[in-house]
Ligand binder design. Structure first.
Ligand code: E4P
Length: 222
């Protein structure tokens, strides 16, 4: 399973990259705004900065909501760097644009997906990635993981190659359960990825090993 980080924060992207587990980055307009990145030139430059840190795909979301505008904006984004993936909203024109880009060999990520039917449309349009938002479904008392299971079943039934990019991941058990259900990719904050490291038995075990080593070394020098 691939790990993408869901942020526009360059320091966090570098941190995840340096850990050696980063396969790509997803951003969205809210995440760009959170980092204070505004104005077209700054936004485009920021995408290039992100591409220069990671070796993986970088999703850059269009602001446009009509087909013609999405095509123009997506082409400009795709021309920035070979690793840019054009992120399109799950609306009718977004599906049309996904088809347009897939026919031209430009990678796409269809975002804001909350149902299996929407995921089926994204696959039929030839999207590279589909992004079901599991955390936001959980927020409204709907089982986000069930959606991952349903999409996996549908895609496997027909051999769709669209990768399931579980998005809106909030914590470690989202990641572990997405892996069990066969999601191709997860995207989440650095904190969720780093929390996978934690286990008290690891910490206690390491402390014991180091203490025993120090004791033995002290005895040997007496
Ligand atoms: C996906 O690509 C989105 O950027 C993201 O995962 C949304 O997550 P949130 O629900 O935590 O905002």
């Amino acid at each position: 399973m691939k790990f993408f980080i869901d942020t526009a924060n360059l320091a966090q992207i570098r941190d995840a990259h340096d850990m050696g587990v980063l396969d790509g980055v997803t951003t969205n307009p809210s995440l760009m705004a959170k980092e204070g990145i505004t104005g077209k030139d700054n936004i485009l430059k920021h995408y290039v900065d992100i591409c220069n840190i990671t070796d993986g795909d970088v999703s850059a979301e269009v602001i446009a909501t009509t087909f013609d505008e999405m095509v123009a904006e997506g082409e400009e984004l795709a021309s920035l760097h070979q690793r840019i993936v054009v992120k399109l909203p799950m609306i009718k024109d977004g599906v049309k644009a996904a088809k347009y880009f897939s026919e031209r060999g430009i990678k796409t990520n269809v975002t804001l997906v909350f149902s299996a039917g929407q995921a089926l449309l994204a696959a039929k349009a030839g999207a590279t990635y589909v992004s079901p938002f599991i955390g936001r479904l959980d927020d409204i008392s709907t089982d986000g993981l069930q959606l991952i299971e349903d999409i996996r079943l549908i895609y496997d039934n027909y051999g769709y190659e669209t990768e399931i990019l579980a998005a809106s991941v909030r914590h470690t058990m989202h990641i572990v359960n997405c892996a069990k259900l066969g999601a191709d990719v997860i995207t989440g904050p650095l904190s969720a990825i780093e929390s996978l490291l934690k286990h008290p038995l690891t910490d206690n075990g390491l402390a014991q090993f180091l203490a025993d080593h120090a004791k033995a070394a002290a005895t040997a020098t007496v």
